[in-house]
Design a protein around this ligand. Sequence first.
Ligand SMILES: Cc1cc2nc3c(=O)[nH]c(=O)nc-3n(C[C@H](O)[C@H](O)[C@H](O)COP(=O)(O)OP(=O)(O)OC[C@H]3O[C@@H](n4cnc5c(N)ncnc54)[C@H](O)[C@@H]3O)c2cc1C
Length: 459
Amino acid sequence: MNKKLIKKLKTILPKKNQILHNESERALFSYDAAFCKKVLPDIVVFPENKEQLKQIIQLMYENNIPITTRGAGTNLSGGAVPIKGGCVIVTTKMNKIKEINEEDLYAVVEPGVVTKQFADAVEKCGLFYPPDPGSMSISTIGGNVAENAGGLRGLKYGVTKDYVMGVKFFDSQGKEIIGGGKTVKLVTGFNLTGLMIASEGLLGIMHEITLKLIPKPQFSRSMLVKYKSILNACDTVSDIIASKIVPCTLELMDNFTIRAVEEHEKIGLPVDVDALLLIEVDGHKSVVQEEFSKIKSICEKHKGEVIEAKNETEKAQIWTARRKALSCLARLKPTLILEDATVPRSRVPSLMEEIQRISKKYQLAIGTFGHAGDGNLHPTILTDKRDKDEMTRVEKAINEIFEKALMLDGTLSGEHGIGILKAKFMEKEVGKDTLNYMQRLKKGIDSKNLLNPNKMGLI
Ligand SMILES: Cc1cc2nc3c(=O)[nH]c(=O)nc-3n(C[C@H](O)[C@H](O)[C@H](O)COP(=O)(O)OP(=O)(O)OC[C@H]3O[C@@H](n4cnc5c(N)ncnc54)[C@H](O)[C@@H]3O)c2cc1C
């Protein structure tokens, strides 16, 4: 980046550590959690407020420099890495919780607020912000909105999009756009709030987000259910959903994943079972008691052995086990490829059977865990990218998993987004015309193609 431009940036961002231009520092921002390293950004900047963000965007627009916005960089699809170099704008210093409104049940935050810190602040007021991605102790609200992150409580409470009431963002020229607001109802013009959800930094850069809050549930009970056959566990999931009970959480872990977690965390998980279901029911005490009993009998009907968490420590252990699944699997092999296949809930057993078949066919180690109650499984392939032969088999296995998910009326991404990694599958799922429509939308909004360019299968 030329010296004149850096000088201008320094007038916008006067504090130490607001601009990184050494190569070793910039290298850290050529990765995200998807580990698909692309090119180095030319510069990395950390605005602290809306005005600084706006001026950076305007400067980049005038100089035709691409921008990649980044929260915590935990996304799993390559969304936060720059393909074309340019400027990475990191939002982590824009991290104020501006308002928690207990009367009207909303909060206003800057995009860099860490999800868990926000959820904890809200809980202190007796309120509840349900979206809880496994990464919530690091991920940011801005990243959650831009990826429409899901979480363990998605089954009952929905995902991030269900809590976004409004967004304020800058377009590629640094003009402020306002979508939604603080009222429960709002139909003034296009749904620009919706436009920003899952937009992966391609259509604007958010500087303020208004989130819906709900009352905190009074009571909850959690159980861990052991299965000798993972297919029985999957049948249980379909049966619970069909019986019209909606637990708060309904998560699955296969034997491979259980062993990986237990080996590292030593929390006493049973390593001799084929699968575990982790289930939580919450709400009014009497309803919880009734639903817990019904779920217990459905589990037992499918040969599950139910163990209830007796206290808060045991409950916390169950959810720690699940949240640690990805990081514990990642320790086992040099390369981890995490998939996000999602199908209608009744099709979870078929998807699971197919994953097992594919794992055997290509002789690959695949650990599967995920939000089974949402039909969202994460088959996780452990491999080594230096092994060319194995990587060819991995590629084929991924294609087959997607083919099967689509055949089952599913999707290639339930929550991790498209970014770079899933871009080549876009057309297969949405078709040429839809991809074209997205392309025209992007071009109309960002005619210079500066905002996170060449992602999501767009050019
Ligand atoms: C261990 C682990 C567990 C995970 N568990 C889950 C899970 O349960 N559910 C789930 O959905 N995901 C999960 N993820 C994925 C990831 O945490 C989410 O996608 C999360 O929403 C990303 O947030 P972030 O702040 O890290 O965003 P980043 O990774 O920094 O960015 C993600 C995308 O958002 C865009 N973006 C960021 N900020 C803005 C902004 N202000 N304006 C416009 N665009 C912006 C970026 O350009 C990028 O495209 C997990 C990841 C890890 C590593």
